[in-house]
Design a protein around this ligand. Structure first.
Ligand code: HT7
Ligand code: ZN
Length: 873
């Protein structure tokens, strides 16, 4: 397969003003009739007079140009294109094709999900529905006619407004939808099924009433309440925070059980993985509830950042995804806790994006080439992209940033634009030159900030020397310095904030955070008026997505953990203390765990002023995979042992406080999902986990009782995980009970698979192999694949990297079996093996062997080929 390059972008030679589609829907054979109005694009250079349309796996039945059937000599049909040799400047093209939804296991285009028919067109799925210019810079008005059997498909949905519903002979019916907003074809959607609906209304800021509808299979009707509330919250928030009002009269969401990603923002008709819609306290964890709120908001926010203003080409994907993630993060921060949200953002970046940026698939936020675009829906494009938006918001401050986004929405409404267009609006409104900042979009890799400090007690001067440095990444051996906001606070020995007063300041500085800007390879910051050496609180709020290195003493970190007002820095200090200890324990299990560190965690547990959710974060160790990333040669077993050792040490030495936290946070309202209740459950279950790390019948009984008596899934699952991890054979009975209780609820059975696959119990790989033969397992359902294979390979370092290579073999077996069915999911599964270079020689050889075995297969998809070949490059 050949790479596509940003440098080769050319505007489309033709535009398609109107699209009139008629579907005769059937699971086995659907016919698609398309009437397309083409006109030459005045902004493009003239080609050779021909027209090339994208089309894959389409059976062509009819082809007419200006009402005349074309003869085979007038066109050429290829595997992925239809070329018409000569076309005029304006013309109508009519095509009819046949497609087969029930054979579509890739879940791209029109496919069957259980009893439903549904579509997924982003990024390039529309070409599997009909011949088209399948690129985001061709915006058309769509009218969609759906014809189907009334009994099997009583509900027929498409984008926009309902035009008519008509009964047809032979038990069929026809429904027509019209979308008044021009859109790229990746936002097209249709649904057919026997669905039930939950309805509500939203009155917009200008007084328009919008109908809100969530469609689900009838047995799921009672689990849509949380999603509906989240939608209404998101709609109000977007009006208030970004001045964005909804535009159609109807907003529809459909939950489907087979979906490659989380959800899809199709205009007026979002299609969701049911995991991000359905919830009740007995079946969904707090994490699920929070996921639903943020994904519902994310897709809703796309209506402006993605739909009204879309991407010129797929290299600009972060224009919509980075900005929309920033928006959903801000929403979650404002409806929940800003500190806890920011910690979650930072943890996600460190666990997922930093490793990507340091591996063979590293790419800039705006990539400059790809083989398969589906491989670029990545933490870099989404989450690092959101950080770039956040840094710009930080540099401008809230008022100017709002003016800049207003300008962006006003200027580019109805257009397909670039990340550069976005930055230009920021520049114009602020009067700043962001030429250097733009490098963040083009340069891959995570920058390091290496920091040194000294204090001159006689001159009351405190100096920070900051050196920035970005390691080379594939194809980018040399890196340029970046422009970034560096939010700095200084704490005195009592934990009070000092003013950050710099040479040349004309005004007195208040005590607190000061945002400085770094541009050079080396920067010296000289703070005046400090009699005693302060403790620096750096990168407050995680002001830039960088790795900060500074020789903090344990005492510095304990001080920050105890006194910092910035929640991120408090958490970061706790992480650094734990990381330091865990890495030492990895090397030497006899390392002493200092009492003052244990005391700092005790103080955190006892602190009545701190949000329980933040205390839980302070007590949650850096993940095993994050620790692995800090080592030159990963010691899989050493890291796991260190994790257990530290947990057991805290469990022993903080026993009374953990017991007290557990008892105190036994929730009085176990089915409430407010941020407060969620935070308390989080702390309670973290306390239980630390206590369970110490062998003892008392706590084991406590855990068993929690499992048996809990009436919410958060507590049930937390207890089940611990029983399975620590209980040996004693974990089997609870697993069996859990299965029997929930065997009819697929999203809960996903959890049953995932608890077993992510367990650190010996023999997990073999058990996962066994579970692949379980009647409830299917490679055709991405949620199932993620919950079993994904959980083992992505969330269970110690078992996946088992020294005998069995985890790697299982992964390559699954990838090879899955690739012909669903290449997107197969390619995503390969990610944990990308870092093979960082392991010992034995594991390296095993991982390489499995990658080579995958690559040797003749008929590999572009998706898997790209990932596997770059891994071995
Ligand atoms: N914009 C959506 C992306 C998406 C997607 C991409 C490739 C293949 C399948 C997909 N399903 C959804 C999701 C989002 O970011 O909101
Ligand atoms: Zn998105």
């Amino acid at each position: 397969p050949h790479p596509v390059r940003l440098a080769d972008y050319r505007p489309p030679e033709f535009l398609i003003e109107r699209v009139d589609l008629t579907f005769e829907l059937d699971e086995q054979v659907t016919t698609v009739h398309a009437l397309l109005e083409f006109s030459r694009n005045p902004a493009a250079t003239r080609g050779d007079g021909s027209l090339t349309l994208d089309g894959e796996q389409l059976e062509l039945i009819e082809l007419k140009l200006a009402g005349q059937t074309l003869t085979p000599a007038e066109y050429q049909l290829e595997a992925e294109a239809l070329r018409i040799h000569r076309v005029p400047d304006r013309f109508q093209l009519e095509t009819q094709v046949r497609i087969h939804p029930n054979r579509n296991t890739a879940l791209e285009g029109l496919y069957q999900s259980g009893p439903m028919l549904c579509t997924q067109c982003e990024a390039e799925g529309f070409r599997k529905i009909t011949f088209f210019l399948d690129r985001p810079d061709v915006l058309s008005r769509f009218r969609t006619t759906l014809i189907a059997d009334q009994d099997r498909f009583p509900v027929l949905l498409a984008n926009g407004n309902l035009v008519s519903e008509t009964r047809l002979p032979a038990g069929r019916h026809q429904v027509i939808w019209d979308d008044p907003f021009p859109k790229p074809c990746y936002l097209f959607a249709l649904i057919g099924g026997d669905l039930s609906v939950v309805e509500d209304q939203f009155r917009t800021c200008s007084g328009r009433d919008i109908g809100l509808r969530i469609f689900v299979e009838p047995h799921n009707l009672d689990r849509c309440g949380h999603a509906m509330q989240a939608l209404k919250k998101a709609m109000r928030w977007d009006e208030e925070r970004f001045g964005r009002e909804y535009d159609l009269d109807l907003y529809m969401i459909v939950a489907v059980s087979h979906f490659n990603m989380g959800a899809m923002e199709n205009k007026g008709l979002n299609v969701f993985n049911d995991k991000f819609v359905l919830a009740s306290p007995d079946t969904a964890t707090d994490e699920d509830f929070q996921g639903i709120e943020s994904v519902i908001a994310h897709e809703y926010f796309h209506n402006w950042t993605g739909n009204r203003i879309t991407c010129r080409d797929w290299f600009q994907l972060s224009l919509k995804e980075g900005f929309t993630v920033y928006r959903d993060q801000e929403f979650s921060a404002e409806v929940g806790s800003r500190d806890v949200q920011r910690i979650a953002d930072a943890r996600f970046l460190r666990n997922h994006q930093f490793p990507e940026d340091a591996g063979p698939m590293a790419h800039p936020v705006r990539p400059d080439s790809y083989i398969e675009i589906n491989n670029f829906y990545t933490p870099t494009v989404y989450n690092k992209g959101a950080e770039l938006v956040r840094m710009q918001a930080c540099l401008l401050g809230p008022e100017l940033f709002r003016r800049a986004t207003d300008r962006y929405f006003e200027r580019h409404d109805g257009q397909a634009v670039t990340t550069d267009d976005f930055v230009r609006c920021i520049e114009e409104v602020s009067g700043r030159d962001l030429a250097q900042f733009r490098r963040w979009y083009a340069q891959a890799g995570t920058p390091y900030l290496d920091i040194e400090a000294d204090h001159d007690a006689t001159r009351h001067l405190y100096r920070l020397r900051i050196r920035q440095w970005t390691p080379p990444t594939p194809g980018q051996p040399v890196k340029e310095p970046l422009h970034l906001p560096f939010a700095l606070g200084l704490l005195d020995d009592q934990g009070r904030e000092c003013p950050v007063r710099l040479e040349g300041d004309v005004q007195d500085q208040p005590a607190g955070t000061r945002v400085l800007e770094l541009r050079e390879l080396e920067t010296e910051i000289c703070v005046l008026g400090l009699r005693t050496r302060p403790v620096p609180s750096m990168l407050r709020g995680f002001s830039a997505p960088v790795k900060l290195r500074y020789a903090f003493t344990n005492a510095d970190l304990i001080h920050l953990m105890r006194y910092d007002r910035d929640g991120f820095c408090r958490w970061d200090a706790a992480q650094r203390l734990q990381e330091r200890l865990l890495l030492r324990l990895t090397q030497d299990p006899t390392t002493l765990i200092p009492d003052d560190v244990v005391a700092a965690f005790r103080d955190a547990l006892r602190d009545p002023a701190t949000d329980p959710a933040l205390i839980a974060e302070l007590l949650t160790f850096p993940s095993e995979s994050y620790l692995a990333d800090q080592l030159d040669v990963v010691d899989v077993d050493g890291i796991h042992r260190a994790h257990r050792q530290l947990a057991s040490h805290l469990g022993t030495h903080l026993n009374d406080d953990l017991m007290a936290a557990y008892a105190h946070n036994q929730d009085p309202a176990p089915t409430e999902v407010t941020p407060r209740a969620i935070g308390r459950r989080r702390l309670k279950n973290r306390a239980l986990a630390l206590l369970m790390a110490v062998d003892g019948a008392k706590v084991f009984n406590l855990c068993q009782t929690q499992f048996e008596t809990a009436d919410n899934m958060t507590d049930t699952l937390a207890a089940l995980r611990l029983l399975v991890d620590h209980g040996g054979a004693a974990g089997d009975a609870p697993l069996q009970r859990f299965y029997e209780r929930w065997s009819q609820v697929p999203l809960v059975i996903d959890k049953w698979f995932s608890v077993q696959a992510s367990s650190c119990r010996e023999g997990t790989v073999e058990r996962v192999r066994g579970l692949m033969a379980h009647p409830d397992f299917s490679l055709r359902n991405p949620n199932r694949v993620r919950s079993l294979i994904g959980a083992l390979c992505h969330a269970n370092s110690v078992q996946f990297h088992a020294a005998d290579g069995s985890g790697y073999r299982l992964l390559s077996d699954v990838v090879l079996e899955l690739d012909p069915l669903n290449p997107q999911i197969a390619a995503r599964l390969l990610k944990p093996i990308l870092s093979w270079r960082r392991y010992d020689a034995g594991r390296q050889a095993q991982m390489r062997r499995e990658l080579a075995r995958v690559l040797e297969t003749g008929e590999l998809s572009a998706d898997v080929y790209e990932v596997a070949s770059k891994a071995l490059d």
